[in-house]
Every structure is written in C-alpha cells, then in structure tokens.
Design a protein around this ligand. Sequence first.
Ligand SMILES: C[S@@+](CC[C@H](N)C(=O)[O-])C[C@H]1O[C@@H](n2cnc3c(N)ncnc32)[C@H](O)[C@@H]1O
Length: 209
Amino acid sequence: MELIKKYFPNLTDDQYAKFAHLEALYKDWNLKINVVSRKDIDEIYLRHVLHSLGIAKILKFKPGTEILDVGTGGGFPGIPLAILFPETNFHLVDSIGKKIKVVNEVVEGSQLTNVKTTNSRVEEIPGTFDFIVSRAVAAMPTFVHWTKGKIAKKSNHELKNGILYLKGGDLSVELSDYPKAEIHELRDYFEEEFFNTKKVVYLPLKYKP
Ligand SMILES: C[S@@+](CC[C@H](N)C(=O)[O-])C[C@H]1O[C@@H](n2cnc3c(N)ncnc32)[C@H](O)[C@@H]1O
C-alpha cells in the first residue's frame, strides 16, 4: 500500500481507503475462486495494482471518458484505474464467468459506482469507447482485430483515442506492423525491479501502417 502512496501521493482519503481494502477483498475471494496466483497475491500492490496504474502515468483520463478493459481477468487493469479515476466510466469484460464473478464482488466490496462488467467475448460488446486498456490477453494483431470499430473517433485528450496495452519484453516483432505504436517504459516512472521490462504500448486510433 505504501507503494501506491509513493507514486500517487495526492489522492483522497476515500481513494486510499479503497486501495487499502483491495488486498483483503482479493485474498478473501481468491480463496473461493482462484483468479490471482499465490505468489502474485502476496505482492498484489506491486504486481497488479501499481502495474495497472502504469497506464495513468501515460495518460490522465478526463471525467466522462469511456474505457473498455478487455480480458480483465480478476479486474486488472480496470479496477485500480477505476479507483484512481472515479469520474471515468469503466466497462470490464471477460469471457470467463467466474472471473467476472470475482470482479463483481470486488466492485461491490469497494463501492465503485463507475464500473460496469460483462461476461462475454469482447467481439460481442457493442458501442464505442475512448480508450481500450488491457494486460496479458492477446498479441497485438489479434487484439486489434477483436477490438476493430470499438474506438470512438472524436478525441478529447492530448493523446488521440486508442489502445493502451500493458506489455513486457521485446516487442519489436509483435509491433512491426504498427509503426505508429508508442512504447512507454514503466521503469521511467517506477524504480522497482519488477518494472524493468514492463511497458505501456499506446496505439492511436488510425494504427494502420
Ligand atoms: C492472462 S488473463 C489476464 C487477466 C488480466 N488482464 C490481468 O492482467 O491480470 C487473460 C484473460 O483474457 C480473457 N480473454 C481472452 N480472450 C478474450 C476475449 N476475446 N474476450 C474477452 N476476454 C478474453 C481470458 O478469459 C482471461 O481472463
């Protein structure tokens, strides 16, 4: 929890309380439905919460922004971002029902009013969003295919609407078809070793080569 205060020092008491409560909620729910590995649950603030918040170091979502979290699993990156941006609307989607069950319990336990969830494949989700966020779901070409047509054309941020994807390792092959992709190194923002290879990939709306 100190990690969150270290990198996000100006939050409200309510936001810190919500972040602090996440550990107990996930520990409890993970015993019933395993959505986070044992090792990871002991380091939930580093490996899940702070990692998810890496997206916020690249872009601050404005009030009223619509965000789609594709393949949210246990709620990452969507839940930490929803706590950080309480006036932004988050739609968390996963094709596995038991994962959405845990997310629903965490949303309720955290009293988050800006999160909607759907148990479905993303290809079946209607509507458009300003940004699509994700972590560890599919290689970029597959992901772009799945989310085609789901990004709203009218932009309202300093970054054009698009995809903000948490990825790791060498991305040169995976992103070779996307010359407009921007790679932001999380080690530039967070000093912990875990972030040495972690990145946020930003792909603007018109990402055709
Ligand atoms: C490795 S998990 C990552 C979960 C979470 N994003 C995280 O980083 O902790 C990948 C998740 O993507 C979901 N998924 C895969 N393909 C999907 C699709 N087409 N639509 C929705 N969810 C999908 C899976 O059910 C799984 O929960």
